[in-house]
Design a protein around this ligand. Structure first.
Ligand SMILES: [Zn+2]
Ligand SMILES: [Zn+2]
Length: 205
């Protein structure tokens, strides 16, 4: 699996290219800004964008979907609860789902709370978390459709993934550009409130 993390725009957004090493097909995750950079990065990496996925409907994660679809012909995927007129979606997710890109099989995990239709994508030990989970923090819940207990429940589900799962967030807000599920259990500022804190010294909760 080939992963390219590309920081774009003025809000420290991360877009991702996730490519199949065998077929060269790639998913573009969260194309908010600077679409031509994503296309150039795909070409430089020998990848062809065949799927466009927005982890949720906020414009900083989805504003580039339509332009990228025009340039690549790739279909757009988003959860139904975050569909909007500015995103010409080809397929809507309605809960947990799956998405195949080349030989990569993404598990689509419905993670509402930041928005009602937020999703995370999991494949081969890598988790793309949008604005659900950041390195050391988690998404806002004070915007329309946000709900803090719902987000907490969503993140608790993510915490059932193996500790060495790599977390790839939707913004560069943390001390590092990526982390792991195990690190978040010990260091995320919301870990205690959201009920997944694990003491670094190994003491029980
Ligand atoms: Zn957002
Ligand atoms: Zn965002």
């Amino acid at each position: 699996m080939i992963i390219r993390q590309i920081e774009t725009g003025a809000m420290a957004n991360f877009s991702y290219l996730v490519g199949c090493a065998a077929t060269g097909e790639a998913a573009a995750i969260d194309p908010g800004f600077e679409i031509e950079r994503l296309i150039a990065e795909a070409e430089a990496s020998g990848l062809k964008i065949t799927a466009i996925v927005a982890t949720h409907g906020h414009p900083d994660h989805s504003a580039g979907c339509a332009a990228l679809k025009r340039r690549t012909g790739a279909p757009i995927f988003i959860h139904a609860a975050d569909a909007s007129p500015h995103i010409p979606a080809d397929r809507l997710f309605h809960g947990d789902d799956e998405l195949r890109v080349g030989k990569i099989l993404f598990r689509v995990i419905h993670t509402p709370g930041h928005t009602p239709g937020g999703i995370c994508l999991y494949a081969e030990g890598n988790l793309f978390t949008g604005d659900t989970l950041f390195v050391g923090d988690s998404g806002r819940t004070d915007l329309p459709g946000g709900h803090r207990p719902t987000l907490a429940a969503s993140i608790r589900r993510l915490m059932t993934l193996p500790d060495n799962t790599v977390v790839w967030p939707g913004h560069d807000y943390g001390p590092t550009a990526s982390s792991t599920i195990g690190w978040e259990k010990r260091h995320n500022v919301n870990a205690k409130e959201y009920g997944y804190f694990v003491d670094p010294a190994g003491n029980p909760p």
